[in-house]
Ligand binder design. Structure first.
Ligand code: ADP
Length: 414
């Protein structure tokens, strides 16, 4: 089955075309045929389209909306110019899988898209006003382009965390605020946490219920999850992705009274303060330089930049504190797993985070840690370490394609 995976943002669209089915899932032989992205939708867009094993095809063209963006991708995939042998026409794309950011309490797992499911996604717009409308536009565009009969699935960033117990998802606010407005912790990056937990159990050949791990997704956005008995029991992002770890441009945890304080001191509206916390804070805010961890490490190591070093230090300190608290929340774990752009590629950040965890039983094998860069998967702790440390590359798109194939085959092992 050839499955088109779409990740629609407010002004961008990322896609992958993946061949998968139950057999391929079982023997891990899914195959990616193409991937790419369109950025700056709504203006002079930048288009990058890559067939597997071929050079990226880059161009610029005006693209007015999500419908035109999806059309551009689909037309290229089905054209001779793409060089994708498996696809001769639209009919060779069998289903579309969508990343949907917020499923609220409506969705505890991935779902085939029906009118009712679409309404459920619409109901969550107030929880994710920037993201869910873009996801809906992608779903509607695919229906228009492929026809009403195309099978589509929604895979939610929040669904994996719907197993959180009340004590972890409720804030200590007046309870009626949860009743009235569903204000609670939802958590995000669920597809990534779920994927690496699944890889961990495959690598170690253990059943799902024996997965007791802490997963750290460290990318531009960062979150951590406590996974006990295979289920997410706590996670650092909250009602929105702003809570928790220090991120590229997001502050993560802070005293809520700071919002009003900044507002008064800087003459900003609450909304403007929220934008500041989302886009001007985190690594970028502390360093005053960049949200890019690679650049920060270079500034700290080569130019001894004090604030770059401070940003890295605060980033690692916060991550370490969360690991400690999740070990308490879970009453112990078997492993810590690093994933995401930083988690998969930066031996230095992994070292800095783990350095302070020796009392908890963490001990990295320095040489192996240094060698695990760019897609390696496996253990980086010493043989005798009480708490193991793994690096596992995340692959949210693959999980979206697999969920789509499983739903079509009515396989409930999702
Ligand atoms: P997103 O959350 O947008 O998907 P990624 O998971 O791609 O982001 O992660 C992006 C982050 O990963 C950036 O901060 C980038 O600097 C960092 N990163 C990528 N490669 C390295 C590396 N070799 N060393 C340190 N950081 C890296």
């Amino acid at each position: 089955m050839n499955i088109l995976v779409l990740n629609c943002g407010s002004s961008s669209l990322k896609f992958q075309l993946i061949v998968t089915d139950l057999e391929r899932i079982a023997d891990n032989s899914d195959k990616r045929l193409a991937h790419g992205q369109i950025e700056r939708i709504g203006g002079a867009a930048v288009i990058t389209l890559t067939a597997e094993g071929k050079k990226p095809n880059r161009s610029a063209a005006p693209i007015k909306d999500m419908r035109s963006a999806v059309e551009t991708i689909v037309r290229w995939i089905a054209s001779d110019a793409s060089g994708i042998d498996e696809i001769k026409s639209l009919a060779d794309i069998h289903a579309v899988g969508h990343r949907v950011v917020h499923g609220g309490e409506n969705f505890t797992e991935s779902a085939l898209i029906t009118d009712e499911v679409l309404r459920g996604i619409e109901d969550c717009i107030e929880l994710a006003p920037l993201h869910n409308p873009a996801n809906i536009k992608g779903i509607v565009a695919a229906r228009e382009i492929f026809g009403q009969g195309i099978t589509q699935a929604a895979v939610f960033d929040t669904a994996f965390h719907q197993t959180l117990p009340e004590r972890a998802y409720l804030y200590a606010l007046p309870y009626q605020l949860y009743r009235r407005h569903k204000i609670r912790r939802y958590g995000f990056h669920g597809t990534s946490h779920r994927y690496v937990a699944y890889r961990y159990r495959t690598i170690n050949n253990i059943p799902r219920e024996n997965v007791n791990v802490i997963t750290l997704h460290l990318g531009n956005g960062c979150s951590i999850a406590a996974i006990k008995g295979g289920n997410s029991i706590d996670t650092s992002m909250g009602l929105t992705p702003l809570e928790g770890l220090v991120m590229g441009t997001r502050s993560g945890d802070l005293d809520p009274a700071i919002v009003e304080f900044i507002s008064a001191k800087e003459g900003l509206t609450v909304q403007e303060v929220e934008t500041l916390l989302n886009t001007q804070s985190g690594l970028l805010g502390i360093s005053g330089l960049t949200n890019d961890m690679r650049e920060l490490l270079a500034e700290a190591n080569e130019n001894n930049d004090r604030r770059a070093r401070l940003a890295i230090e605060i980033f690692c300190y916060r991550a370490g504190k969360y690991i400690g608290s999740y070990l308490a929340a879970m009453n112990g774990a078997d492993a810590i797993i690093f994933t995401g752009g930083i988690g998969e590629n930066s031996a230095e950040i992994r070292r800095l985070i783990c350095e302070n965890l020796s009392w908890l039983g963490v001990e990295l094998d320095g040489q192996i840690n240094e060698s695990f860069i760019g897609g390696y998967e496996g253990v980086i702790s010493t043989e005798g370490a009480r708490l193991k440390v793994f690096v596992i590359s995340t692959n949210e798109e693959l999980l979206i394609a697999r969920d789509t194939a499983r739903l079509i085959n009515e396989d409930r092992s999702i």
